[in-house]
Design a protein around this ligand. Structure first.
Ligand SMILES: [Zn+2]
Length: 412
């Protein structure tokens, strides 16, 4: 375990996180949306960090900060390390920022140890991971994977500002986007460290864990239509209560996800009509969000939910319709890179636990460019997207040492 007296890397990580947290668009809390003035300021600070660490760095056409440490063989396929520096509204300071800072700290540590990596190392601070401001999804990381859709530039924020205009204001270059696409032959892998944003590592008393896959997602909107009636006069046996039917369906969703391992499913919205205390509910519109690290498992779970909900609707004499509106495939992490992370975790005398990621990450986009793997860091109470987001300096130190070990193994 980490020596309590030697938290050099952890302290360095925390100090850089603290500096980045000063850049916010809203006074009194941390809000740093893609291409905002605070994002620009954070990108400039990140650029300074990278240069101080000895990286050759620049801000690219989409606002991502890219720093490069040359390798003994500059032509050898490079190792990418990164995450994002944009945040949600009223965010915590570690989400995304931790992975960026760790990449810089590890590059710095390699230099300090006098190690020249066999291949170049590129550290990237992406800018559009949280998908809050524009209707885009991981646009800056998809650009590196050569999958930037130029139509995304026409997307507008809540104030009617297009991504194109915001990018120009930021100092970016819409005409330079296509050139950001990397050649897959020149990249050997991508490593991303991120806070877990869930409670599993804390529950197992582990500082870090290895991500096995990033969950695929199915989202759907469903409606149940029954019949309104007087809550006092219609006998129970003669009702077609839409909400009672949905209550049964929520139970079906819960059971279908609980009986499988690593799957989750949620009914997050349920709107009841007419919604009066003395009226039997006539209609309920609800949503389904189902996730799994394996697409076949997710499809089977969703199919079970549909079949059983239809049966429940039939029994109750209500109509049931469901319309999927989003399908995002799972992203399995690369076995070789996971094995390197696992060895690095073991060398810190930590049990190497594998866990699926329920949230999306830049690694989803970069997996289209090269093999990708992720290391999760325990966060207090599993809380994220919240100012209460918290990690310890000890865990930051452990994460830095594990990443450093893994990088050494990969670029030795
Ligand atoms: Zn994140």
């Amino acid at each position: 375990m980490t020596n309590q007296d030697d938290l050099t890397l952890g302290r360095r990580v925390m100090a850089m996180i603290e500096d980045l947290a000063q850049h916010t668009d809203e006074y009194g809390c941390l809000t740093r949306l893609y291409l905002s003035p605070a994002h620009r300021a954070a990108a400039d600070t990140t650029l300074d960090f990278m240069r101080e660490a000895g990286l050759k760095a620049h801000i690219d056409a989409l606002g991502s900060v890219v720093g490069r440490l040359e390798g003994a063989d500059p032509e050898a396929p490079a190792l990418l390390i990164g995450s994002h520096i944009d945040t949600v509204v009223d965010a915590g300071r570690y989400d995304g920022n931790l992975g960026v800072v760790l990449g810089i700290v590890v590059a710095e540590a390699l230099k300090a140890e006098g190690i020249t990596p066999s291949c170049p190392i590129e550290v990237v601070a992406f800018g559009d991971e949280e998908n809050v401001r524009f209707p885009t999804n991981l646009s800056t990381s998809y650009a590196l994977a050569g999958r930037y859709d130029p139509a995304w530039l026409d997307g507008k924020d809540a104030d009617g500002i297009s991504l194109r205009d915001a990018l120009l204001e930021f100092g970016g270059d819409p005409l330079g986007i296509a050139a950001l696409a990397r050649d897959p032959a020149r990249y050997r892998g991508y490593l991303e460290v991120h806070i877990e944003q869930g409670p599993q590592l804390e529950a197992r008393n582990l500082p870090v864990g290895i991500v096995s896959a990033i969950n695929g997602i199915t989202r759907a909107r469903a409606s149940v239509i029954g019949e309104a009636g007087h809550a006092g006069t219609v006998p129970m046996t003669m009702r077609r209560d839409a909400l009672a039917a949905v209550a049964e369906m929520i139970g079906i969703v819960e059971r279908a996800s609980s009986k499988r391992s690593d799957t989750v499913a949620t009914v997050g919205v349920a709107q009841v009509q007419p919604g009066a205390i003395n009226v039997i509910p006539a209609r309920v519109d609800f949503t389904l969000d189902a996730r799994a690290p394996d697409d076949a498992v997710r499809h089977a779970m969703v199919q079970d939910i549909l079949t059983e909900c239809e049966a429940a609707a039939q029994r109750r004499g209500v109509s049931f319709t469901i319309e999927p509106f989003m399908e995002s495939p799972a992203t399995p992490m690369d076995e070789d890179l996971m094995a390197q992370l696992e060895e690095a975790v073991k060398s810190s005398m930590i049990e190497p636990m594998r866990l699926a990621s329920g949230a999306g990450h830049d690694a989803v986009a970069i997996a289209n460019l090269c093999p990708a793997a992720m290391l999760f860091v325990r966060c207090k109470g599993g809380i994220s997207h919240n100012p209460a987001e918290s990690i310890t300096v000890e865990d930051a130190d452990t994460a830095a040492r594990v990443l450093l070990q893994a990088v050494k193994r990969i670029v030795a």
